[in-house]
Ligand binder design. Structure first.
Ligand code: SF4
Ligand code: SF4
Length: 108
């Protein structure tokens, strides 16, 4: 994952900003900022892999819209739960059905 860089905007005194200081629309000023936001926080179901069934074909990795399949040395290693949104695409496309979607929070 990319190393975090310092955010450009200092909003400490935002209440004193005039309208001219507010950027146009809801613009995001920096590229490659997804790592700052833990989008997994609004997941209701999470993928769980059965490593006994997994063949490391990496079809889940190709299809994940959030780049949340962790791969090491061509092996599927699990999920980045900070950023996985729980869409279930990986479970749907997995040929041996090694991924199961489970309700979030059941283990806590
Ligand atoms: S799609 Fe299924 S079998 Fe292929 S790497 Fe992912 S979990 Fe493993
Ligand atoms: S549930 Fe969706 S976001 Fe999460 S790892 Fe699977 S494909 Fe990616």
């Amino acid at each position: 994952m990319a190393e975090k860089t310092k955010m450009k905007w200092n909003i400490k005194d935002i209440e004193n900003w005039g309208w001219k200081k507010v950027p146009m629309g809801a613009t995001i000023q920096e590229a490659g900022n997804a790592a700052y936001y833990k989008t997994g926080g609004w997941r209701t179901e999470k993928p769980v892999v059965d490593k006994e069934k997994c063949t490391n074909c990496l079809i889940c990795w190709i299809n994940c819209p959030d780049a949340s399949i962790m791969v090491n040395d061509t092996k599927m290693e699990g999920f980045d739960y900070d950023h996985c949104k729980g869409c279930g695409i990986c479970a749907k496309v997995c040929p041996p059905k090694a991924i199961e979607m489970q309700p979030e929070g059941g283990e806590d």
